[in-house]
Design a protein around this ligand. Sequence first.
Ligand code: SF4
Length: 294
Amino acid sequence: MEITQRLLEWYDVTARRFPWRSDDVDPYMVLVSETMLQQTQASRVAALLPPFMEAFPHVHALAKASNADIIRHWKGLGYNSRALRLRDAARAIVEHHGGIIPQSPELLRALPGVGPYTSAAIACFAFDVWTVVLDVNVRRVYSRWSQRQLTTVDVLPDKELTTYATALIPRDVPSKWHHAVMDLGATICTARDPKCSACPLSECCASAGTLQPASVARRAEPSFRGEPRRLWRGRVVDHLRSVGAGGVSEAALAVTILGDVHSADERQWLSELLAALETDGLVSRKGRRVSLAD
Ligand code: SF4
């Protein structure tokens, strides 16, 4: 039995159900969910997508959102800059496509903040367009199927993966296919602990039982007081979400974020963090007051 049949039969029985996977899914929901899924776990997105969709039920509503509006409704998802890029994409869809989400990966790719993965994913999942969708899970699974990999971190170059995928992806069910590969990568052919003995593809996988544990050296993130800078960015935005539109004074914010006792250097560090958040369109500083961006 070949890979295609085995995988799709397995998926028919085990598919993870998410709102963005229904047969008649609204393309707008796919745009929103794919943006959320870029850096947030699927289970968390499943919980936070419905209230976001209620606040911004269609692309026109999202296009009209102010920075502060959309940042407030992005609560719990992290990486707040994504929210602004998503809103900018909605504006471009209204302005250049009459509010209709385009179907072609090329047109989607031209939207603000939409990269190669997201454009392919929206085309495939919203419109069942045949295209190659490569995310981290899919890359890993294709690499292992196609060639014997020695360690859990080995992955083939995108060019080779695209050639392999092009020959493999069924023409009639590209969306279902990619959901199935992603589910296999998320539940069985995982990054660190592939469960080959329980895998429906083990008889046709070049790497079945061969993978030795390995880890990738992670790039050190900029940090402050031993915690990544992105966490501090999130804390500032979270606090500003919780106060009114008038914001807070920079001094009060420093006490909330840094604590009652902090040094002049730490205060300077916070000031530079606020400047970066302001440049990113997340925060606004007027005089000595700080608030979510207008
Ligand atoms: S047999 Fe192992 S390496 Fe191959 S797809 Fe299944 S879990 Fe992954």
